[in-house]
Design a protein around this ligand. Sequence first.
Ligand SMILES: Cc1cc2nc3c(=O)[nH]c(=O)nc-3n(C[C@H](O)[C@H](O)[C@H](O)COP(=O)(O)O)c2cc1C
Ligand code: SF4
Ligand code: SF4
Length: 357
Amino acid sequence: MLCGTFTPIFCCGFLQYIKYCYEIAPHLDAKYTRKSFLLNDAVLPKRKTAALCGCFFMRVRTRGFDGGARICYTGTIQIREARDMQAKRVWAMYWSATDTTKRVVTAIAGQAAQALGVPLAEYDFTLPVARQGAPEFTADDLVVFGTPTYAGRVPNVLLKYLATVKGDGAAAVPIVTFGNRAFDDSLIELRDILSDNGFVPFAAAAFVGEHSFSTTLAAGRPDADDLALAMQFGRNIAARAAAVTAETPVIDVPGRARDERTYYQPRDRAGNPADIRKVKPKTNDACDDCGLCAKLCPMGSIDPADVRNYIGICIKCGACIKKCPKGAKFYDDPGYLYHKTELEEGYKRRAAVSLFL
Ligand SMILES: Cc1cc2nc3c(=O)[nH]c(=O)nc-3n(C[C@H](O)[C@H](O)[C@H](O)COP(=O)(O)O)c2cc1C
Ligand code: SF4
Ligand code: SF4
């Protein structure tokens, strides 16, 4: 039975190796002078995918090239240089409705760029317009990539967009923030997303940010101590970045396996699951129709013609509530308010920052 299962896999792998020797290697040799070449340039015009199967990693050494070819379950083939990474640019890339993730990610990336003596670039994909595109990364980039934790995971409204952000061998540092409860599976999920998309996640961290629902839960975080940790972490990843290669294993972080991950479920007073998905903020008479909330809603859900009207979903990100200059947006839904109070009462202790390097 076992033999029956493994024989085709072994044969398939062997055939791919033969295919590599006869079809791929000569092209690599011919093209070795181009530092950034990938297999798609050499053999598979326009596409990085090949109708290959099997899964194994092989070391590729040809004249002037020392790298790795990984043929994945999905039938994709990725070839990356295994030389030490020379970061030529550091990126701060983040989604951040109430700016806590932005503050952490820019502190880390800023220090990393300074330590490496390279430029810092920023890509903020909080607003819908920014999610119509993404930077084109290369193996010369070091990307500090942040999202908050929502219900113990990467916010699910971002998943479709995140699948479009390709790493092409860039070194990456996944960062999540969380509002003093727990980051559960968000960091491992973000790490996996980046790794699946061709990044090399070699370090990671979870920082605490003031909870989106509250002004007392983790109030003011990231604070000066958190930012000092973030900056030190930035210098540490810069020191490590030079040793990152295509073969660097993904950083080990806590969290459940992909098929075991669930979303954190708020409960009502009776302990039953509370569904607050349809809850939207109300607007009081202090509103002077300045229109700011409509401009900054990450879902584009506030009608610019009438800010009391919603034209899309509300993810309870807190941006319109916390950033309204008049304090005019508020929630009055009992389920939402109960959940907020429960969190504020239950998580008073100072949650720790977790660093993985
Ligand atoms: C819908 C929603 C769900 C959240 N779920 C969690 C959670 O599971 N654990 C936690 O500690 N914080 C949770 N938070 C809090 C945010 O992770 C935290 O406030 C974060 O710092 C916000 O990031 P931002 O300022 O970049 O938007 C949640 C916030 C929202 C809006
Ligand atoms: S930001 Fe505040 S004051 Fe301005 S339109 Fe929105 S609710 Fe009204
Ligand atoms: S309407 Fe909802 S999604 Fe939009 S900014 Fe306000 S809290 Fe965030």
